[in-house]
Structure formats: C-alpha cells, structure tokens
Design a protein around this ligand. Sequence first.
Ligand code: KG4
Ligand code: ZN
Length: 344
Amino acid sequence: MHKPRLTLGIETSCDETAAAVYQEKKGILSNVLFSQINIHKDFGGVIPELASRSQLEKIGSIVQSALKHAECSFTEIDIVAVTNRPGLPGSLLVGVCFAKAIAWAAKKKLIGINHLEGHAFSSFLEHKVPFPHLCLTASGGHTSLYLIKEFGEYEILGETQDDAAGEAFDKIAKLMDLPYPGGPVIEQLAATTHFKDFFQYPRHKSKTLDFSFSGLKTAILYDLVNKNAYNMKLKKFLKKDDELLKKQVASSLLVCIADIFEQKLARAIMQYPHIKAITFVGGVAANNYITNRLHAFSKKHGLLFFTPSRQYCTDNAAMIAFVGNYKASQGKFSSWNLDIFSTE
Ligand code: KG4
Ligand code: ZN
C-alpha cells in the first residue's frame, strides 16, 4: 500500500518564521510559528533588515520543532514546500535557501509556493469547501477576490489598487498612536461602542471588483484634522487621551470596511451566480465582527461560508504545506533553480 505523503511546509515571507507538517490522509500534524511582532512593534511596521536577520536565527529550531510536534523525523518527509513569492526578498531568501539545502541534502522533492495561493486555500485545512467558490483574501499586504475553480486553479477577479485592508487598519492605528498591528486593537476599541457607524466614512463605489483603501485613510486623516485631533504640519495626533474619539474612529472604520467587502461580494455574486460558497481568509479574517457580517451575508444569499480558525488566518506554514501536498499529487515540482520574487 502507498505510504501517505508527508509534506514539510516552510513560510518566511515577512515577519513570521513558520513550519508545519501535513499528512495526506490525516491532515495537519504540526504547525509551529515564531512571530517577530515584538521586534517591529516600536517602529509601527516591519523593518525588512531586522526581519531577515530574525528569520535566519529562528529557521533551524522552528523546523525541528515542527518535526518534533508531528512526531516524525526528517527522513520520513517526502516533500519540502516553501513560500518563494511574494514577500520581503531577504525574508523569502532565508526560507528558500534553507528548504533547498535540506531537500537537496536528503534527496527530497522541492516545491515553491505562492503565499497568496496558501491563503486562498487555507479554509481547506479545516473544511471541505465546494468548488467553484469566491475567496476574499485580506491581509497586511494584499486584498484580493478570487474565483476558485479547483485545487490550484483560480482566477483573480479584483484586487486593491493601492493599500490593502490590513494596511488601512495598521496605518490608521498608527495615525492615532495605537500599537502595531492595528487590526486587533481597532477591533477591541470598536467592540466597546458596539460597532456603531459614527462618522460614515466614504465607501468606494466603483463598478469593478477592485478595491481601494488609500482614499479611506485620507478621508479619516482630514476628518481628524477638522476635529482638531490631528496636526498635519507636526504629523501628530493631538488627542492622545481622548479614548472616546479613538473608539468612534475605530468603530466607523471597521463598519466601513465590512460594508466595502459586502458591496464587492454582492457584485461578484451577480457576475458569477454559479458559485457555491464564499471563503474569507488572511489576517483580517481574524476579525470577528467582519467574519460575522460576511457569514450573515452569505446565508442571506443562500451560500455556504467558510473561514479558517485564527491560527490559519494570519501567516502560517500549514497552508503552505497543504498547497505543497496537492501540487505534489498533480506532479508540479520545482527545480533546484527555484528563485524568490518580491511580487506576485
Ligand atoms: O495575513 P497576515 O498575518 O500577514 C500578511 O500576509 O500580511 O495579515 C496581517 C494583517 C495586519 O495588517 C493586521 O492588522 C491584520 O492582518 N489583522 C487584523 C486582525 N488581526 C490581524 N485586522 C483586523 N482585525 C483583526 N482582528
Ligand atoms: Zn499572509
């Protein structure tokens, strides 16, 4: 009998060092991660040089820990799947060089994975999602809508023309002197005012399925200037202690972004009426308010709704190992010339 395929996934595209083991029959056996949030927190964003140095320091022990938690040795692994695009070049290089070295030395097959394909299929780690479906991916670097037809077969229907949704949360949080990453803090503040839409920020109403969030950021900035809460010349938030204002901005922002997501999904459903489900993935999908809104929206339209649990919404190697497993079953392996790409 054929021994179930074992895939080691490695993810180092940004500020997390992650490794996971996926078994063809049993699914995820381990999922280990080191987050660099504490390294970058004080800068309000990721510093690429610090990110790659930390990747280098952690990669060996994180991979060993993933194997240990999966109770397997590296000799039992069949495939090494590694994120090779898109991401920070220095961070990607650490993962790809490490993966190539161990795979070559131990004669394993190597597969380069697109990080966004990992997110797009992350719902499958815990759910059986029917094809075809729509997938809304919202992370710190990307906001895209896909039509997913089969494993590895997808079409991009729309993407952000400027900032990503997560980036909007991060930048607006920074504007109000709130810590990085902005999404979780904004959600906590918004919950205290029961997600009311105080300031009705503009919803971008284009006829396409593309997104745009930089206008929203500017609208909030000017609204804060008008409220004498922000000084443009000094680039300074003047109401450090005004907790109520921060809560109202956070709540209005969250409702606005959920509305924009619903608008785009409604448009996509009209164009692709044969879809069976909606999935919501990426770091922003860790947001309970938006997830609940999109769940209710899907139900209203007679569609199934799936979102990964929090650990698989934000960056992780389980989704990379999962994609590596189906690519292996399709015979899609990479050569030893596998390179990294900062863009998609
Ligand atoms: O997918 P991810 O971990 O990394 C990227 O590939 O970018 O996403 C990180 C993003 C950050 O912008 C962060 O603010 C956002 O996800 N995020 C959230 C929440 N948790 C993380 N946004 C909204 N609500 C949350 N609870
Ligand atoms: Zn990501």
